[in-house]
Design a protein around this ligand. Structure first.
Ligand code: FAD
Length: 416
């Protein structure tokens, strides 16, 4: 049995079915979507036949551990990375999900292009394709699990009626606690007042049930933040604008951080600026790059892209950035500007804020995604790969753990 029909639950269902098990997925929503459908749908994996550069599971694990300063459990990171390439190829070859490589830019901390996505480049399309692959899986929707014990789960229907089902093995795929304000305030006070941009139904249930059954948690202070959500539009603006040469400034037109450190930790300095907002500043070249992303096109349609943002400090900032790009001066925030082309007028601007995307802490698992005998977890329900801080999140750690641990958990649950 599987609780939750996001990327983790659906991948677990496919794996368990492939292993010959009878599968039932219980999902609280009437239409499964989860944070997966809200995401960009980019999944890191190495090596795969889709990649152009040489890559390996070891190099991928080293990138993940460098970002979290070695705080994540190295055995889990290694197990996930080794299973990542085969998982993406299995979803393509056995379940008809046509993955391709995301090309043209690297996210901070990735040493090689290893992000994979479906052709539509959205999490909604990834979900639609996973659901299509699961057409023969029993998915009971509008079934909110409210209690779990060692043998059965109890779920509730929207009309309040309740049912119990016994399980042989259980996969907790009901994600983290981003939608639970109290838990966020308890574990992540630094981001508790910010916008939550993930799925509201992720209420920390796996942690509640798991700990009641005697399981441990880890990484509860880690999360994926983001420093670039268009406001007031509420649309994710790709961080590729920053990695490829763009900058962030505050209302006064002044930079305040190194934009190349990572989009997750960028949420905090953005929220510390006046009004809790910043402006992404970039040029026509980067606008064209942005237009290859569906979210960015939505932002353009919504009128989020501005050409008239020109506070007094901005021209001084752009002059300084030009000197850093020419190598004439060092950026006081430590960013190396010399590797990308100089920003050229006319400039574009988008007003953004910082947000909480999803929580990384969760149930402690072993390399087989096992929490307790016959109970498994993956995705946001399990302890993540990001250590204990917002800066430990390497881009892709979320879906990596959902899809790869989903497959491991589904296979192991079938065996159990
Ligand atoms: C805007 C945004 C962009 C992102 N982009 C990326 C990206 O490009 N790459 C990446 O790696 N990560 C990304 N992430 C993170 C990624 O979305 C998550 O890490 C991932 O989707 C988690 O998958 P999951 O299956 O664990 O959870 P979810 O997809 O959230 O699924 C959990 C499911 O469980 C259900 N559920 C919860 N509680 C219960 C219950 N009690 N009973 C029954 N069902 C229940 C929920 O309704 C939901 O359907 C992004 C996140 C956001 C918000």
């Amino acid at each position: 049995m599987i609780v939750g029909a996001g990327a983790c639950g659906l991948t677990a269902a496919l794996a368990a079915r492939d292993a010959g098990a009878e599968v039932l997925v219980l999902e609280r929503d009437s239409t499964p979507s989860g944070s997966t459908a809200l995401s960009s749908g980019f999944i890191p994996a190495a090596p795969t036949r889709f990649q152009r550069a040489r890559d390996s599971a070891e190099q991928m694990a080293a990138d993940i551990q460098r970002k979290n300063h070695g705080e994540a459990d190295a055995r889990i990171v290694a197990a996930v990375c080794h299973a990542s390439g085969p998982t993406i190829e299995w979803l393509t070859d056995n379940h008809g999900i046509p993955f391709q490589l995301v090309e043209g830019f690297l996210y901070p901390g990735h040493t090689v292009e290893r992000m994979h996505c479906v052709p539509e480049k959205t999490g909604a399309a990834l979900m639609a394709r996973l659901l299509a692959a699961c057409r023969e899986v029993d998915i009971l929707t509008s079934a909110q699990v409210i209690e779990v014990d060692r043998y059965k789960v109890e779920f509730q229907r929207p009309d309040g009626t309740r049912d119990e089902v016994e399980y042989g093995a259980l996969v907790l795929a009901c994600s983290g606690f981003g939608g639970n304000r109290e838990m966020v305030r308890q574990h992540l006070p630094e981001i508790a007042d910010a916008l939550y941009f993930g799925h509201a139904g992720n209420q920390g249930d796996a942690v509640r049930w798991g700990t009641a059954l005697g399981a441990r948690t880890a990484g509860m202070s880690a999360y994926q933040g983001h420093g670039s959500v268009a406001t007031p539009h509420g649309i994710l603006i790709t961080w590729a604008l920053m990695t490829e040469g763009g900058i962030q400034v505050n209302e006064r037109g002044e930079r305040f951080a190194n934009e190349h450190v990572g989009y997750s930790e960028a949420c905090l300095p953005v929220l510390r600026q006046p009004g809790g907002v910043a402006w992404c500043i970039y040029d026509e070249r980067l606008h064209q790059l942005g237009m290859t992303f569906p979210d960015y096109r939505d932002a353009a349609d919504a009128g989020a892209i501005r050409r008239d943002f020109s506070p007094a400090g901005l021209s001084r900032t752009l002059e300084a950035v030009a000197r850093y790009t020419d190598g004439k001066e060092m950026d006081p925030f430590g960013r190396d500007f010399t590797k990308k082309p100089k920003l050229e007028p006319p400039y574009y601007a988008i007003k953004v804020t910082g947000a909480l995307f999803h929580t990384q802490g969760g149930l402690v698992i072993d390399e087989r995604a096992r929490v307790l005998p016959r109970v498994f977890a993956g995705g946001g329900a399990a302890c993540g790969l990001s250590g204990n801080h917002v800066w430990g999140y390497l881009s892709g750690n979320g879906l990596l753990s959902a899809v790869v641990l989903g497959r491991i958990a589904g296979t192991e649950a079938a065996r159990a």
